[in-house]
Structure formats: structure tokens, C-alpha cells
Ligand binder design. Structure first.
Ligand code: FAD
Length: 404
């Protein structure tokens, strides 16, 4: 493991930091990075990054990217996070959907979509999860039936982040219920503004609506909107999900340093909460976990720096950080007492940041693989333990429990 930037990496970090200092808009911490009020400034920031080659650092220059390396992309994300301007609107599109389009669409389609997405002019969403297909996404039921040169799509997706502000989406459908569940799926790109697509935002406990239910009623798409071969959508979906794994970078919210600062300033009885022995014990645990996470992240960065792809051990990072964030945020809200209800960062950025992370942490433990699924991955692919039992793997989908 190499803890230091190489000379080239240090130079890139310095250049990125200088550019961010000169150009980044002033951020207000403690609010959702996907708050609707932020859309205009997020789009302007994305266009500015695109002009400077920082919008998608690893994409080839001919597609508007920076022609850089994955480690440079991680370094830029780390520096950008410090400025509080890492907006959440474009990550799914640029990190997962558009790379899938780039891998499977024809040249004309790529030319049409890549530039506007890169500049933040058009936003994409990922339409995979369904009521019967979440962890087991291959259990999905949304049907696509071929009629001439078109496909007719009916069904429902759920938890679709950003569907309510997205222009396009990649949609995984079932095209062959007679085949085993992974072998009868087909992927399409769709226009989210089509009247046959109905988007219903889900109201969250934080008060915001980041994700949605999406219904398709006789949605007609051209066969030319297909990504990959008919019934080969699982292969296409894996490309999308593999790209999700590279999403390593800055921190996901307040950590032990922020709660330590809070505990210095609030009293527990007559004394600062920092003097409370039980609290100090917890603080020590969070510190140890944070250090472990830091070294795990270094391992990922070392792999990227050497041109390797990070392995399944990166699953460890999400389990630990999401659980720690939930624990730490709850403890912070306890310390804040009645001030813990403050949600407006303009009144108190620190209170709002902890409330924000307390509301967000449970979702983080589910999105992109639940705790249990990640434990299965670690058990099977890191520790080499026997695999999860998959009784319906080879059954025709229509005969499997999810297909009935
Ligand atoms: C914040 C957020 C954003 C999201 N954004 C998107 C998006 O943009 N697009 C999209 O398509 N989806 C999105 N999702 C959906 C997400 O991918 C699913 O919620 C996730 O895969 C879990 O699926 P599920 O909710 O159906 O739970 P289920 O799969 O029904 O799981 C229910 C419970 O059973 C456990 N479980 C399931 N299978 C196993 C197993 N084999 N072994 C042990 N335990 C198991 C799970 O861990 C969980 O505790 C998002 C979710 C969240 C929370």
C-alpha cells in the first residue's frame, strides 16, 4: 500500500485545488446535494467543469472528457468534496447510465447523448429496481413485448433516484419469461418525458423526495433504443453495476472530528459532553473505524494508481461508513437535544448537517447493495466461503416464485 501521492498525482491535486479555489461557487453545507433549489447552480457548475476537462476525468477527450486516469478522478472528487460543491444530480447518469450507453449504443446515439449529459444539460436515471426485484434485480417483471419495429413496455419501477428531474433513463425489462431469470432480460434507453411514463415522487422522512415510483403504460420504444442484444440485458446491467463500484472518493457526511467538536461545545450536566466516559468510549470506536476506512480507501487508491480495478473488498467501505454514519448522527442529535430538530443550514450548519446525515444514513445502508448483500459478497468473494443458496437460478422465470 502506498499512502502518498506520486509526484504526478501531487501535481494534479495542486492544479485541481487551485482551479477549484478560483472557480467553485460558495457552498452551504448541511443540505441535500440534490435539493431542487440547487439545480440551476449545479448545472452551471457542471458546464464549467466540462469546459475545464474536469466533468468526467477518465472519459476520452474526443467525448469531452479529461483523458485522465481513475486515480485523478478520485483525487478531484476528494478535493471537490472539500468545497461542498459535489452536487448529486449527475452522478447516476454520468457514472452509470451514460457509460452503459457508450458501451452498447451506435455512434449516432452516442453523439446525440454524451455531450449534453457531460455538460449537465440532460440528466439520466437508472430504472432497475422493482417491488419484486431489488437485491435480486433479475427477478424484475416489467414486460417488453416486440410489435414490428417497436417494443411495448408495461410495468413498474421503484426507488428510481432523480426520475422526477431526469430527461432520459436506462430501463431493464423482461423480454423472455420462458428463460431463466438472468437470461430473458433486455435493456433500452427511454425518454422520461414520454406521456406513457408516469413518475410519482416518494415522500421521505427528511421532507425531500429524492426517488420515485415510475409506471409504464403501453410505452412504445423503437428497436433502435435497445442497448445490447435481445435477452442479453443482464450483461448490459453488469456494465452499469460495475461502474457503480468505481464510485469511491470523498467522505459521505460528518465523522468523528465533527462530533468531537460538537461535544466540546454542548454540556452534559455541568460539564462538556466530551468529558463523559461513555461518550469517549464511542468516540474511540468511531476513530478506530474511521482509521480502518481510511486505510481501506488507500488500498483502493493504490489499486487505481497502479492501473488495477478495485476488487470486492471495496464493499467493506460502504457497510462500515453507512453504519457508522447512522450511529454517529443519532448520537449527535442526542447531544444537540432540542436543537437537533434544526434542518436549515442557514440557522446552524452543524445541526443541519447531523440531521441531514441521520435521515440519509438508513438509505445509504440499502442503496447500491444492502448490508446483508454486501456481507454475502464479502463472504463469498473476499473470504471464499460457500455461496448463497440460489434455488431459482436455472428455472424458467415464469415458474420461479418471483415470476408467478
Ligand atoms: C437511497 C436509495 C436510492 C436508490 N436509487 C435507485 C435507483 O436510482 N435506481 C434503482 O433501480 N434502484 C435504486 N434503489 C433501490 C435499491 O437498489 C434497492 O432498494 C436495493 O437493491 C434493495 O432492494 P429492495 O429495496 O427491493 O429490498 P429487498 O431486496 O426486498 O431486501 C429486503 C431485505 O432482505 C434482505 N435480503 C434480500 N436478499 C437477501 C439475501 N440473498 N441474503 C440475505 N438477505 C437478503 C435485504 O438485505 C433487506 O434487508 C435505491 C435505493 C435507495 C435506498
Amino acid at each position: 500500500m502506498d499512502f502518498n501521492d506520486s509526484p504526478e498525482e501531487a501535481e494534479f491535486r495542486e492544479t485541481a485545488r487551485a482551479w477549484l479555489s478560483a472557480h467553485a461557487p460558495t457552498a452551504v453545507t448541511g443540505r441535500s446535494t440534490r435539493h431542487a433549489d440547487l439545480m440551476a447552480e449545479a448545472k452551471a457548475w457542471q458546464a464549467k467543469k466540462a469546459d475545464a476537462g474536469y466533468a468526467q476525468i477518465t472519459w476520452p477527450k474526443e467525448w469531452g472528457g479529461g483523458g485522465g486516469t481513475p486515480i485523478q478522478s478520485v483525487i478531484f472528487s476528494q478535493e471537490e468534496a472539500k468545497f461542498g460543491v459535489a452536487y448529486g444530480f449527475f452522478g447516476i447518469g454520468l457514472g452509470m447510465c451514460v457509460p452503459t450507453v457508450m458501451a452498447f449504443a451506435d455512434e449516432a446515439t452516442k453523439k446525440r447523448f454524451v455531450g449534453p449529459a457531460l455538460r449537465g444539460e440532460e440528466i439520466w436515471c437508472q430504472l432497475f429496481s422493482e417491488p419484486a426485484g431489488g437485491s435480486d434485480v433479475a427477478g424484475l417483471r416489467t414486460r417488453a413485448v416486440k410489435e414490428g419495429d417497436e417494443w411495448v413496455i408495461n410495468g413498474q419501477k421503484v426507488w428510481t433516484t432523480g426520475a422526477h428531474y431526469s430527461d432520459f433513463g436506462i430501463l431493464l425489462t423482461r423480454t423472455n419469461p420462458d428463460a431463466p431469470k438472468h437470461k430473458g432480460l433486455t435493456m433500452f434507453w427511454i425518454d422520461m418525458h414520454d406521456p406513457a411514463v408516469s413518475v410519482k415522487p416518494i415522500h421521505q422522512m427528511s421532507g425531500s423526495s429524492d426517488f420515485n415510483e415510475v409506471y409504464f403504460t403501453d410505452l412504445r420504444v423503437k428497436d433502435s433504443q435497445r442497448l445490447g442484444a435481445v435477452d442479453d440485458g443482464w450483461k448490459v446491467a453488469l456494465v452499469t453495476l460495475m461502474n457503480e463500484r468505481l464510485a469511491v472518493g470523498g467522505s459521505t457526511g460528518p465523522n468523528y472530528a465533527e462530533i468531537m467538536e460538537l461535544a466540546r461545545t454542548v454540556n452534559d450536566g455541568e460539564e462538556p459532553a466530551l468529558n463523559n466516559q461513555a461518550f469517549r468510549q464511542k468516540l474511540a470506536d468511531w476513530y478506530v473505524l474511521s482509521e480502518g476506512l481510511k486505510f481501506t480507501r488507500f488500498r483502493t487508491m493504490t489499486a487505481l494508481s497502479r492501473g488495477q480495478t478495485p476488487g470486492p473488498e471495496s464493499s467493506i467501505g460502504k457497510i462500515i461508513s453507512a453504519n457508522q454514519l447512522q450511529d454517529l448522527s443519532h448520537q449527535a442529535m442526542e447531544l444537540e437535544d432540542q436543537f437537533g430538530i434544526i434542518v436549515d443550514p442557514k440557522i446552524s450548519p452543524m445541526e443541519a448537517a447531523f440531521q441531514q446525515s441521520a435521515m440519509w444514513a438508513p438509505g445509504l445502508r440499502i442503496a447500491g447493495g444492502t448490508d446483508e448483500i454486501l456481507k454475502n459478497i464479502i463472504a463469498e468473494r473476499v473470504l471464499g466461503l460457500p455461496g448463497d443458496i440460489r434455488v431459482d437460478k436455472d428455472l424458467p422465470f415464469k415458474d420461479a416464485p418471483a415470476g408467478r
